[in-house]
Write a protein that binds this ligand. Sequence first.
Ligand code: NAD
Length: 303
Amino acid sequence: MSIDFKDKVAIVTGAGGGLGREYALELARRGAKVVVNDLGGARDGTGHSDMALEVVKEIEAMGGEAMSNGGSVTEYDQMEKMVADAKAKWGRIDILINNAGVLRDKTFAKMTPDDFEFVVKVHLTGSAFVTKACWETFREQGYGRILMTASSTGLFGNFGQANYGAAKLGLAGLTKTLQLEGAKYNIRVNSLSPVAGTRMTEDLFPEEAFKLFDPVNVVPAALYLVSEDAPTNAIVGAGAGGFHSSWVVMNDAVWLPDGERTVEGFAARWDDISDFSNLIAPQSGAEQSGAILKAMQKVTGTG
Ligand code: NAD
């Protein structure tokens, strides 16, 4: 079964480099017309450049169709204009990959309120803004595929990334409500938690891991999750060639009868209330990567 994106129009935010560029190139290879958005700033979100234009040139050089957009996902009017420009040129929008992102890592003790607010604004508010700018079009068309970019930090936690983690779990939450609201309009919404060697992780990964986690290995999951037959409400992890799903889970509720429904009664049953014996719940983002590598070890005997 081959999966193509012929006649589909896709917007990929933050597609001037890293993961977004790989998504844009593969969508174009498979026939999509692609809006390559990127502000072209530094990793911390400062400055801007023509990164998006370079990727458009690459797509055109291989015979594909693309347009560049240098707007910021944090500016709603710029995102409305991006959508209007794409519709003026190609008549519709089918796919949105919310991928743009920045990092301002610090321990919470050292993090300024500005660093917190800025990172949440780019990832969470930015993804909501671009999605909002596309939403009415998706509803009118009775078709839309949206991918949010979550992260192991949001799902499981990572030292020094309070701002980033808050935004990333927020995106999984946004996914859960939008997939409900979009269902009757054939709008499907999923989250992807990638692990990839990009400029975002270049000083965080050891050299070997950087190579192993080539961003191209995330593309199969990303493109399936925005394809015609995509599921909805999935949270998928991908990196290095390993793929998994994550769930928000709970255990069986414990009923406290009237006489026991007190603070002390709750305390007495805490062991049962917090019993997760049958579930897997990673305690850090590193465990997600570790689990991926374990799967690889099982199959290849290496790593
Ligand atoms: P990257 O830095 O190469 O890509 C992010 C892109 O977003 C950059 O090109 C940047 O210019 C662009 N961008 C930043 N602010 C923008 C704005 N306001 N408007 C438009 N574009 C903007 O890093 P990447 O690793 O490819 O990251 C892609 C996504 O994947 C991000 O959301 C990131 O948080 C997420 N992610 C990456 C990893 C990983 O291991 N690399 C892990 C978890 C999540």
